[in-house]
Design a protein around this ligand. Structure first.
Ligand code: GUN
Length: 286
């Protein structure tokens, strides 16, 4: 029996981080990333700490802005606007989710698209939709990079994306479409989900439903991207796919942990370098 490939996101992320670090060193530049964290969501605090740590490792300076949970929308908007205009800042990242009393869309729209290292602004969402080179969301970018290590040409493949979030599902579907896949987006109202999944050459699962996708839902030789990260009651990390069942069916699958997660941070660092270049168009052709 042939053996399924377990896609090593950790190793590819290290390689990508190394490339970003080498390029920053060769260019003798010091990009600066501003990270804004509002409130004390423990998961967000961990993500921000990891982003800060990895940035320093590749030669990106960080400025951390930790604001209390009750920060007003007006105050946050003022900070994001200031960072977006500052010549000293090359990337602006507002960690999501924001507290309920803040209009997230309004805050994101205040980020300068050339500093939008998350690719979340309306301008960059539009640019991605018209296939104009731009800053694009980190997790989907990491998915495509990892996917291409096992399938360099995605054209014509049937892709099913489970999840329609602004951060992962929607932009990933757009990127797969830009690669000439035939794309279906599934979500909580989708009917006959197992049957739909059985048609997928590429199945990307980003719904945050631990262990939802079973081996019986998968086409033989499918490629599975498990983007979900949940913690069970014993704090054990879990993906959206039953890994051991899937392994018997698929051509390739990402593990959790060590799959998509590390790629997200590596792509954030690559995006920060790209943002720096976009802000210095005379010096760099991006
Ligand atoms: N929250 C969860 N994922 C992300 C991400 O990729 N970027 C930001 N800014 N917030 C997040």
């Amino acid at each position: 029996m042939r053996k399924a490939i377990v896609m090593n996101g950790k190793a590819l992320a290290e390689k990508c981080l190394g490339e970003t670090r080498d390029e920053i060193a060769a260019l003798k530049i010091k990009p600066t990333l501003a990270i804004v964290l509002v409130g004390d969501d423990p998961a967000s605090a961990i993500y921000v700490r990891n982003k800060d740590k990895k940035a320093k490792l590749v030669g990106i300076a960080t400025k951390l802005y930790r604001l209390p949970e009750d920060t007003s929308e007006k105050k946050l908007l003022k900070l994001v606007t200031k960072l977006s205009k500052s010549r000293k800042i090359n990337g602006v990242l507002v960690q999501l989710p924001l507290p309920d009393h803040i209009d997230t869309a309004k805050i994101i729209a205040a980020i300068n698209p050339l500093k939008d290292v998350d690719g979340f602004t309306p301008e960059n969402i539009g640019n991605l939709a018209i296939k104009k080179d731009c800053l694009t969301p980190c997790t989907p970018l990491g998915c495509i990079k990892l996917l291409k290590t096992v399938e360099p040409n995605l054209a014509g493949l049937k892709a099913v994306v489970i999840g329609r979030s602004q951060i992962v599902g929607r932009p990933l579907a757009q990127m797969l479409l830009n690669e000439d896949c035939t794309v279906t987006i599934a979500h909580r109202k989708t009917q006959n989900l197992p049957e739909l999944c059985l048609t997928a050459d590429i199945l990307a699962v980003a719904c945050g439903c631990p262990q939802m996708v079973r081996g019986s839902w998968l086409k033989d030789d499918a490629i599975v991207l498990d983007i979900g990260i949940s913690y069970d009651k014993d704090r054990k990390i879990s993906g959206d796919v039953v890994f051991d069942e899937a392994l018997k069916k698929v051509k390739a699958i990402t593990p959790v942990p060590g799959g998509i997660g590390p790629m997200t941070i590596a792509m954030l660092m690559a995006n920060t370098l790209k943002a720096y270049k976009l802000q210095h168009p005379k010096k760099f052709k991006v």
